[in-house]
Design a binder for this molecule. Structure first.
Ligand code: ZN
Length: 375
């Protein structure tokens, strides 16, 4: 998926020459007050950033350039039209490294303005994993509507409907022929839709499938899909074939959210079980930090909350408790949000991240654990 790719690229981006600015905004323009809030937020942070002392002229010039551009961008955003608007907006910029990435999102972000040597990707990672793309297929015996749901929005739609020969008043053999004809027709129609659905799912290996229709028709359609494609089905619904897009999108979103919560619960269970069997998993902040610091994390599972900590400015080593200097290289330490830093570190080493809602099972282990590549 495009966002996943963007997330990985941003996570691996480092600029030593000048700071990277990451901006996340809640841009749901419910009223004028909301626009003023965003304006004030940006102005305040831009003023603060202008007073930062930087080591080199190059870094200062790059930051100045970025701040000016962010200010103009913010003004345009706040003045923007509601109709063509998204409820969330993220921006990553570093002039010296030629970085400028704007990412509108279908849900609001928590306002954040962060200067660092890397993009702050935690909120983007959360968005990426929460919004799995899916195909919603409404199917009956002679028509189908197929919707592509990506990042909380319907981005594509295909209508399958075929002229079907009318029914004549006939009995006996003609009637039986007609029934058989109806079934053959439905089979052909279902195979045609299934071929289309399959080619989409093959091209989008992470996309899920939601079916909707009468039980027997859905059962028939399901059978025309191959085994691997059937495994991508997460739910069968009974939506009105003629329901409007907004209603369909809401129904699909709810199914996807429930799926995401189940995935989160399964991820937590996997880590706890494997750790309990002395398998390739760790639990608790210290053990997980140790795994992150040695690039061993296959999947980080953690509650999405800020965690104060320290980072070595020389070697990126992360610490939960303050010490005088980095235990590895003697470098200077700086305060950091460990949640943000760990997400970034794991993504940089091609691990996966599962940021979850507060979870009672994981809370017993400080809300954090990980599957690791080796012990
Ligand atoms: Zn160090």
């Amino acid at each position: 998926m495009e966002l996943t790719q963007e997330l990985r690229t941003l996570a691996k981006f480092t600029s030593v020459a000048a700071p990277v600015i990451s901006v996340y905004l809640d841009t749901q323009w419910r009223d004028q007050h909301q626009r003023e809030r965003v304006s004030t937020f940006l102005r305040r942070h831009i003023t603060q950033a202008r007073s930062l002392r930087l080591d080199t002229d190059a870094a200062r010039q790059s930051l100045e350039h970025d701040l000016e551009r962010v200010a103009q961008w913010g003004q345009r955003l706040v003045a923007g039209n509601v109709d063509v608007h998204m409820p969330g907006m993220a921006l990553f910029t570093c002039h010296a490294a030629d970085l400028w990435v704007e990412l509108p999102a279908s849900r609001p972000f928590e306002d954040a303005f962060i200067l660092a040597e890397r993009p702050a990707v935690r909120q983007l990672a959360r968005l990426d994993e929460d919004y799995v793309s899916a195909l919603l297929v409404l199917i009956d015996s002679r028509a189908a509507r197929v919707y592509e749901v990506v990042l909380g929005d319907i981005v594509g739609e295909v209508d399958f409907s075929h002229a079907f020969p009318g029914r004549h008043k006939q009995g006996g053999w003609a009637q039986m022929r007609y029934q058989r004809h109806v079934l053959e027709y439905m089979e052909r129609h279902h195979r045609e839709v299934a071929a289309d659905v399959t080619s989409y799912l093959e091209a989008h290996p992470h996309a899920l499938l939601i079916l909707s229709g009468q039980t027997d028709i859905v059962t028939n359609f399901r059978a025309t899909l191959s085994g691997p494609m059937q495994q991508r089905i997460i739910e069968a619904l009974r939506l009105d074939m003629h329901a409007n897009r907004r209603h369909l999108l809401e129904a699909a979103q709810e199914v996807l959210q429930q799926h995401e919560r189940r995935e989160e619960a399964a991820a937590v269970q996997r880590v706890i079980e494997r750790a309990g069997q002395n398998g390739l998993a760790v639990l608790g902040l210290q053990a997980t930090l140790a795994a992150v610091n040695t690039s061993r994390v296959h999947q980080l599972v953690m509650q999405d909350t800020a965690l104060p900590g320290w980072r070595c400015l020389m070697c990126d080593h992360l610490l939960a408790h303050a010490v005088l200097q980095c235990p590895l290289c003697g470098g200077e330490l700086s305060t950091t949000d460990l949640c943000e830093a760990m997400v970034s570190a794991v993504l940089r080493t091609d691990g996966a991240v599962e940021l979850i809602e507060p979870d009672a099972h994981l809370a017993r282990y400080e809300g954090i654990g990980a599957l690791v590549r080796y012990a």
